[in-house]
Write a protein that binds this ligand. Structure first.
Ligand code: BMA
Length: 317
């Protein structure tokens, strides 16, 4: 994988002033991403000096230079939730038929839950509901049903960090008939104690390839200070609870200054992935270019460029 030489591609100073909430913002990171026809879309997670979170859309023709909207996204209907919601963050975008679904984390009074919204045009967004009962994060929808059910990976939060958030070390597979009510199916992967991926969570939504579902995920090495990195695994097309291969090495780790220094140092947090070419059956082509968009040090957005073939190779290394 290659970092784009002009990284970071989006920084806090790129965010237009949106009075009164977004003025001289603090950071922009962990974006959702999707490519539709010839347009790349990012859903940016923007934080202000009040440490409040807002989501803002950005559009691009080359996947590198983004025009950032001057509107804060409103997930219409979310105001009906009675419990206090502090932050909606780390959106992941999945297209199913003609609808774009956004699954995101919601920090609420007691726990973090998953929320689901939909849009057809990235202008109007409709909140569909809270889609996890228990403490959970890193929910990513599959782009199609498997065995007649909608599927997602999610990451139950169980591990409490000293002075830090509740997190987790297992990626699970869940299924649903209606996208709103979810049932756990199986534990898919767990963290490797003492290695790069001690705590883990899914990154962007899985990509369908002829060799299996390709999943980019994040792993955290819990040394003195956590180090967040990206890795890859390949899962069975019909039964995505079954791992075909999982890379032993991370594929991207904090090395550049914008990744090692910032609000939270040493963080690479991949949340967006775009595929340039699919074949007529919906499989990503092996030689297709892939853009991986990641949060760098919870401060800015980095772009890493690869191909489907290269990422699959790394699953076997
Ligand atoms: C995780 C999430 C991410 C964040 C990362 C590093 O637990 O909260 O949103 O980027 O920590 O702080």
């Amino acid at each position: 994988m290659k970092r784009y030489s002009g990284n970071p591609i989006v920084e806090r100073t790129d965010i237009p002033e949106i009075e009164p909430h977004l003025v001289d913002v603090t950071s922009v990171f962990n974006p959702g991403a999707i490519k539709v026809n010839d347009t790349y879309y990012l859903m940016l997670r923007v934080q202000n000096r009040g440490r409040q979170t807002f989501n803002v859309m950005a559009k691009s023709k080359d996947g590198i230079n983004f025009d950032i909207s001057n509107k804060i996204i409103n997930f219409a209907g979310i105001e009906k939730i009675e419990e206090k919601i502090y932050h909606c963050y780390d959106p992941r975008i999945t297209r199913i038929n003609d609808t774009f679904y956004i699954m995101f984390a919601m920090d609420m009074e007691k726990i973090c839950r998953l929320g689901l919204a939909q849009t057809k045009d990235f202008e109007q967004f409709e909140f569909l509901g809270i889609v996890s009962e228990k403490d959970n994060r890193n929910g990513v929808l599959f782009p199609e049903k498997i065995g007649g059910k909608f599927m997602r990976f999610d990451r139950p939060n169980k591990v409490a960090l000293v002075d830090g958030p509740v997190t987790g070390s297992e990626i699970h597979l869940s299924e649903s008939a209606d996208l709103l009510n979810w049932e756990a199916v199986a534990k898919v992967a767990e963290g490797n104690h003492n290695y790069w991926d001690e705590l883990i969570g899914a990154g962007p939504p899985p990509v369908k390839t002829k060799k299996g579902w390709l999943l980019v995920y994040h792993g955290i090495a819990m040394h003195y200070q956590p180090i967040y990195q990206a890795g890859v695994m390949l899962l069975d097309l019909e039964n995505p609870a079954k791992i075909i291969a999982r890379g032993k090495l991370n594929i991207l780790e904090p090395r550049e200054l914008y990744e090692t220094v910032g609000q939270v140092p040493n963080v690479i947090f991949p949340t967006g992935l775009t595929v340039d070419n699919y074949n007529e059956y919906g499989f990503a082509k092996m030689d297709s270019k892939v853009h991986i968009y990641y949060g760098a040090a919870d401060t800015s957005i980095g772009l890493a460029i690869s191909t489907i073939e290269e990422l699959i190779e790394k699953c076997f290394k």
